[in-house]
Design a protein around this ligand. Structure first.
Ligand SMILES: *Cc1c(COP(=O)(O)O)cnc(C)c1O
Length: 348
């Protein structure tokens, strides 16, 4: 007999991308930013005193909420902070869905949604995207989940749904619409303004991608104060540590630095897309810091393995609609050159 609850024992669990120890690996598998965080972040971390570590941190991270409110044009009551966005996604499932309520999202998408829903025994309704990742608008509206998740830009496709269409979806849904904007810093548009116009919209952000802070673990959610108050009730008392609060506050106060890095990544994304196309890949238009590239021959799995032999990591998802594709993070110009020349050799 197992001590583990049946539901948990049956669960696959979230599969993270590999984090190699070897520093020589060209790591293009988990969508980290190839550039370092703002120097202001490192300065802020250096100001952390022993006393700040001795005491518990601010449970709500009000310094960050104030800074985020100013940067993103909302009020502090509209902001909740989390130990990475993953923490807040979990809060949303627990606060708004829970057992026996319907949670809806278009697929393929971020696989953590399914894991969190299964842990809470939510009823999951997955709605497939169109062939070119068009939003399955009518099906999502008809499903009308207690919670609907939409990653925008989506992962692993990198595709983007215009804000106007997302707003129309928000209008039609009677439940909560959570817009996962993990990659929005690399996109042309975002849905932040919807949080001021719709009481059922939450926009979730992370500092992991656009702000080069995946190692810090900091995410935040923005929405109507009533939604935020609901999320606050289910969070851990001290869900973000003192160092993360300092780092994250400095990062959003220096949003200009992040914007400049993201512009570099966007320019490289275009060059990478062209390079991949020249080597026989079909590449979806991306608004994120990665591209989804389809290959006929050799198989995507073979290409993944050959790259790995050459110490280049990309992401291969052997799931529905993804078995012939690779998700490739946009690296530095040098990393992208190494990738493209290796692919030239592998694909022939
Ligand atoms: C990376 C990612 C997140 C989570 O980011 P963290 O803040 O690092 O937990 C959420 N959603 C999507 C789609 C992501 O790719």
């Amino acid at each position: 007999m197992s001590f583990v609850r049946e539901r948990i024992a049956a669960l696959e669990g979230y599969l993270s991308g590999e984090q190699p120890v070897d520093p020589d690996v060209v790591k293009l598998n988990t969508n980290e930013n190839p550039y370092p965080p703002s120097p202001r972040v490192m300065q802020a971390i250096a100001t952390v005193t022993p006393d700040m570590l001795r005491r518990y941190p601010d449970p709500l991270a009000d310094r960050f909420r104030q800074a985020a409110a100013e940067t993103f044009g909302v009020t502090p009551e509209m902001v909740i902070c989390g130990n990475g966005m993953d923490d807040i996604l979990n809060l949303a499932v627990r606060a708004f869905s829970g057992p026996d309520a319907k949670l809806v999202y278009p697929t393929p998408t971020y696989t953590l949604y399914a894991v969190l829903a299964q842990i809470q025994a939510s009823i999951v309704q997955e709605v497939p995207f169109g062939t070119d990742y068009e939003l399955p608008f009518d099906q999502l509206a008809a499903a009308d989940g207690r919670v609907t998740f939409l990653a925008n830009p989506n992962s692993p496709s990198g595709t983007f749904v215009p804000a106007r269409q997302v707003e129309e979806l928000a209008r039609q849904l009677s439940g909560v619409l959570v817009i996962d904007e993990a990659y929005v810093d690399f996109a042309e548009e975002n849905c932040m303004a919807l949080t001021r116009r719709h009481g059922n919209v939450l926009v979730f952000r992370t500092l992991s991608k656009g702000y080069s802070l995946a190692g810090i673990r900091f995410g935040f959610g923005v929405g109507h104060p009533d939604l935020i108050a609901g999320l606050m009730k289910v969070k851990d008392s001290y869900n973000i540590d003192a160092i993360a609060i300092e780092a994250a506050t400095a990062a959003v106060r220096d949003a200009k630095y992040s914007r400049e890095n993201c512009a570099k990544v966007r320019a490289e994304r275009e060059r990478l897309r062209r390079g991949l196309q020249e080597r026989g890949f079909k590449v979806l238009p991306s608004q994120a810091n990665f591209v989804l590239a389809r290959i006929g021959r050799p198989s995507a799995q073979k290409v993944y393995e050959s790259l790995k032999d050459r110490k280049i990591l990309v992401r291969y998802f052997n799931g529905p609609g993804l078995a012939d594709k690779l998700r490739i993070t946009v690296g530095t110009p040098e990393q992208n050159d190494v990738l493209l020349s290796s692919l030239g050799e592998i694909v022939g």
